[in-house]
Design a protein around this ligand. Structure first.
Ligand code: ARG
Length: 581
């Protein structure tokens, strides 16, 4: 008999099926199986208690009845505990079988495929053109990429869309500065994006001081928006320069988008938004602007969602409404995930409320909308991270420093590696460390950026996990054995370390499920860290290369499954591994 991949689901179903046959239970019984504290077994069903309370029955008696009615099975022992919990302890045979069934990458991949895959747009990274990417954009890029990978892994169809901010008021100022200083965009030197950013900064300072300059900048913007050929061509060049600077970062981070439809793409689609919302009386005129209020909402009853400014211009809200419509109609998106800073929570809440009303009025089905928001990266002083002179840190500088620091680490450990190999390893270790530091805590929290912590070989870090993988690879290398092989002679786990590691492996599906449900990759990180720790204690206590083939095969199977779970899991975080470290 083959084993179920997701054992929580399996026990839930088993209990529901059993309860269905009993008079004491109704449809409203939910077993609520979860992984159990090790002292109490492997899984625990907690649902009898709340059910009995509601039904006014004795929970222990109910649980006892349910337990006695379970079909007899040698694969686990079952026990009544506390006021009405049902505990399952898996047999060694079952643990072995589960690992054999799911321990390889192919089997794992097959097991996670969703029965009802959906089409999901992930809107992430999304920097503004004419500016460099700053550390604030790193979170969106890293978290968005990981979520895209986690969903794709389960068979969903993912469209990665980089929703560039390429149509904002910044262009008026920039165009003015370019023209006044007679700058040629064709030769801006080695760091054209930095040059553009400086131009913008200088221009911005000027429009703040001089009324006439502000006026002129507005005029340049209007000309651009009306399709003036000169301004359009400058704007296109600015976009190209920006894109190629972003591309350097995406290449480093191994991030590829299916689309980079920025705000500008929707500029001729905003009329539809005004018309649609007006037709259904979802918006109203307010001081010359077109706005949406949500009377049912505490704050948004008074705080307007402005969809057309009083000067007639569209804005962030308008393009986002148009974008949503486009993704739903043209791409048939069933879900849209937006990954941005927590400061945009109001914007997305208002956007979602507005879209809901619009779609209801049109009798169209609205895709599931999720705002995946995150906190701020702090410096060691606990304030938003900045350079020494108070400027935002450029993302490219940060990534380069990560690789430089990792290269030092690699050289210290292996003095005689070729420069090529040092760089290869430094790339994987340095960027892995930055990504993991970002992904490993709940994304809604701020976190302190610390080189020392993220590059540490001990603790919940990428280097620690990468090292665990390299260590397992070296076991197989030394034995000239194939980690992807099958280990047919394996006996069931017996010793404490064997059992503990097998037990940890079966929780992979739970971690993946939780990360998917809450769109929070840190659940996966925590699991991988615990798995690596469990492996380490197994490996410190048990010899793998033993004579007895049954013991050797079991231990090799555990090594190989741990390796494939770690590599797969890290891959879902966008993190590579090495053969040697
Ligand atoms: N460009 C925006 C920023 O840098 C993020 C855009 C996010 N996506 C969206 N559809 N609003 O903050």
């Amino acid at each position: 008999m083959s084993t179920s991949f997701d054992l929580v689901l399996f026990f839930d179903n088993l209990l529901i099926e059993t309860a269905c046959k009993l008079d004491e239970f109704s449809d409203s019984f939910h077993p609520q199986t979860r992984s159990a504290d090790e002292r109490f077994g492997d899984f625990q069903a907690n649902g009898v208690l709340p059910y009995a309370k509601k039904a006014g029955k004795n929970p222990r008696e109910l649980a006892q009845k349910l337990l006695e009615s379970l079909p007899p099975c040698n694969d686990w022992a079952v026990e009544l505990a506390g006021p009405g919990f049902i505990n399952f302890s898996l047999s060694p045979d079952f643990l072995l079988r589960w690992t054999m069934d799911h321990g390889s990458e192919e089997n794992l991949t097959r097991a996670v495929q969703s029965e009802s895959p959906s089409k999901v747009v992930v809107d992430y990274s999304s920097p503004n053109t004419a500016k460099q990417m700053h550390v604030g954009h790193i979170r969106s890029t890293i978290i968005g990429e990981s979520i895209a990978r986690i969903l794709a892994f389960q068979g969903n169809k993912i469209l990665r869309d980089n929703h560039l901010g390429d149509w904002g008021t910044q262009f008026g100022i920039l165009l003015l500065a370019i023209k006044e200083q007679n700058i040629s965009l064709d030769n801006l030197g080695d760091d054209p994006i930095a040059k553009l950013e400086n131009l913008y900064r200088a221009g911005n300072a000027r429009v703040k001081e001089e009324e006439t300059a502000l006026h002129q900048a507005r005029k340049e913007l209007v000309k651009l928006q009306e399709g003036d050929p000169e301004n359009l061509s400058l704007w296109e060049k600015i976009r190209d320069i920006s894109m190629s600077s972003f591309q350097n970062i995406y290449d480093l981070l191994d991030v590829r988008f299916d689309h980079s439809l920025g705000e500008s793409f929707y500029r001729d689609k905003v009329e539809e938004v005004y018309n649609g919302l007006s037709k259904h009386q979802i918006c109203q005129e307010d001081d010359g602007a077109l706005v949406v209020f949500h009377p049912e909402h505490k704050r948004f009853a008074k705080q307007p969602f402005i969809i057309r400014k009083s000067d007639g211009a569209s804005n962030y809200a308008t393009t986002d409404l148009a974008t949503l419509g486009y993704r739903q109609k043209e791409w048939e998106a069933e879900q849209i995930i937006y990954v941005t800073d927590g400061r945009q929570r109001d914007h997305f809440e208002q956007l979602f409320l507005t879209a809901k009303k619009w779609y209801a009025a049109e009798e169209e089905s609205l895709p599931t909308l999720n705002h995946v928001w995150f906190g701020t990266i702090l410096g060691e002083d606990n304030k938003a991270i900045k350079t020494r002179d108070g400027q935002p840190i450029k993302l490219i500088d940060l990534l380069e420093e990560a690789m430089k620091r990792a290269a030092e680490m690699v050289r210290q450990k292996n003095a005689d590696l070729s420069e090529n190999e040092v760089n290869h390893r430094a790339h994987i270790i340095g960027l892995g460390a930055v990504k993991y530091a970002d992904l490993s805590q709940d994304r809604t929290l701020d976190y302190v950026f610390s080189w020392k912590k993220m590059l540490a070989m001990q603790g919940n870090t990428a280097p620690y996990l990468q090292y665990a993988v390299a260590r397992i690879k070296s076991i197989f290398r030394k034995m000239e054995n194939d980690p992807k092989g099958s280990f047919p002679a394996a006996r069931p786990p017996e010793s404490d370390p064997e059992r503990k590691l097998s037990r940890k492996l079966i929780f992979f599906p739970l971690a993946l499920k939780q990360a998917t449900r809450e769109l929070k990759p840190h659940f996966l990180c925590t699991y991988l860290y615990e798995l690596a720790t469990e492996f380490s204690s197994f490996y410190n206590q048990e010899k793998v290369m033993v004579d007895d083939p049954a013991t050797r095969d079991l231990r090799l199977l555990l090594c190989s499954s741990t390796q494939s779970f770690l590599i797969t899991g890290l891959g879902l975080l966008g993190i590579d591994t090495l053969d040697e470290m």
